[in-house]
Design a protein around this ligand. Structure first.
Ligand code: NAI
Length: 332
């Protein structure tokens, strides 16, 4: 029997992992708390640990996991900015991820956020339920004909682009590794970052968080954007400097911000804090802007994505246990 300690697990993780492993010899040990150097010991006796975006898999944590002979870390996500890969390698721990579970889920959520924010559907929904059928304050704009700047044209950015093209929007993109054939096929053109910032009515972020993309949108780059710009971030919170974002919202420079991720989401997102006082002042501030829409890192949350995450995780755990190769492209 293979034992796996699953950290930061929610009811939907349990459902899908149990279903995926129903005919295999895997015992899941589900923990609601996150993995860190302090909680690593809870994995004692497990061959693998399974983690998500906000587990802190730093060097201290990896040293602790190695000491209890954990050999494998499976990420239930694509991004791996929370894992010290060098420390993992030095500790003889293999790290695998799910590189693409449903890029459609995330791209569709990004578009959904933009439509909701622009057409104020969230406000209209509450208003109509109060029998307030007034349209005052609900004016939006057509996406058709607008210029959308896509930052990062990997799996998710490309699908988002294609959806936006369906609206009749012009799409320009920036990526250090441009996909030129795809761009030609879909009528997209690549440009440098500064040009994209200055020309876009809507910016959508689809790039990973890395040391050189931390605070990609900051006071300097936000000042380069078009007045009234809408910004959609479904990638990672730390791509945007929240303090600078709030300043640009207060000055009226930014037209709207839709976030599925937040710089300091760790310890807040994925929890029900409805009975508590929110201690994060910047998040509190963001939540009161009428032109800010926030979802709590749910872009991935579709049946298709959860099924694929559970399938890839299960297959890789079995592969490790039987000395078989990991699924293609999953090993970091
Ligand atoms: P991907 O690896 O397929 O594509 C990322 C693209 O970003 C690549 O083409 C890369 O060249 C480009 N890139 C790297 N540095 C850049 C820079 N400085 N400027 C512009 N482009 C740059 O990744 P994928 O699957 O498209 O995912 C994108 C991001 O979405 C992930 O890194 C992850 O952070 C986020 N994500 C969020 C989810 C959510 O639930 N909110 C779920 C899944 C992913």
């Amino acid at each position: 029997m293979i034992e796996v300690a699953v950290y930061d697990s929610k009811p939907y993780d349990r459902d899908y992992l149990c279903r995926a492993a129903s005919s295999h010899d895997i015992t899941w040990r589900f923990h609601e708390f996150r993995l860190s150097s302090e909680t690593a010991l809870a994995a004692k006796g497990a061959q693998a640990v399974c983690v998500f975006v906000n587990d802190q898999v730093d060097r201290a944590c990896l040293d602790a996991l190695a000491a209890i002979e954990v050999k494998l870390i499976t990420l239930r996500c694509a991004g791996h900015n929370n894992v010290d890969l060098l420390a993992a390698r030095e500790n003889g721990i293999t790290v695998v991820r799910v590189p693409a579970y449903s890029p459609h889920a995330v791209a569709e959520h990004a578009v959904g956020l933009l439509l909701t924010l622009n057409r104020k559907i969230h406000r209209a929904y509450s208003r109509v339920r109060e029998l307030n059928f007034s349209l005052n304050g609900l004016v939006g704009f057509d996406i058709h004909g607008k210029t959308i700047g896509i930052i990062g044209t990997g799996k998710i950015g490309r699908i988002a682009t294609q959806i936006f093209r369906g609206f009749g929007a012009n799409v320009m993109a920036h990526d250090p590794f441009p996909a030129l054939d795809w761009a030609a096929e879909h009528g997209i053109y690549y440009t440098d970052f500064d040009t994209l910032l200055a020309a876009s009515d809507i910016l959508s972020l689809h790039l990973p968080l890395m040391p050189d993309t931390l605070h990609l949108l900051n006071s300097k780059t936000l000042a380069q954007t078009k007045p009234g710009v809408f910004i959609v971030n479904t990638s990672r919170g730390k791509l945007i400097d929240t303090t600078a974002l709030i300043a640009a919202l207060k000055s009226g420079h930014i037209g709207g911000v839709a976030l599925d991720v937040y710089e300091e989401e760790e310890g807040i997102f994925f929890q029900d804090l409805s009975g508590q006082v929110l201690l994060d002042d910047e998040l509190s501030h963001l939540l009161v802007f009428p032109n800010v829409l926030i979802t709590a890192h749910q872009a991935f949350l579709t049946h298709e994505a959860l099924s694929e995450i559970a399938r890839v995780t299960t297959m890789n755990i079995l592969a490790q246990a039987t000395n078989q190769p990991f699924l293609k492209g999953t090993e970091l």
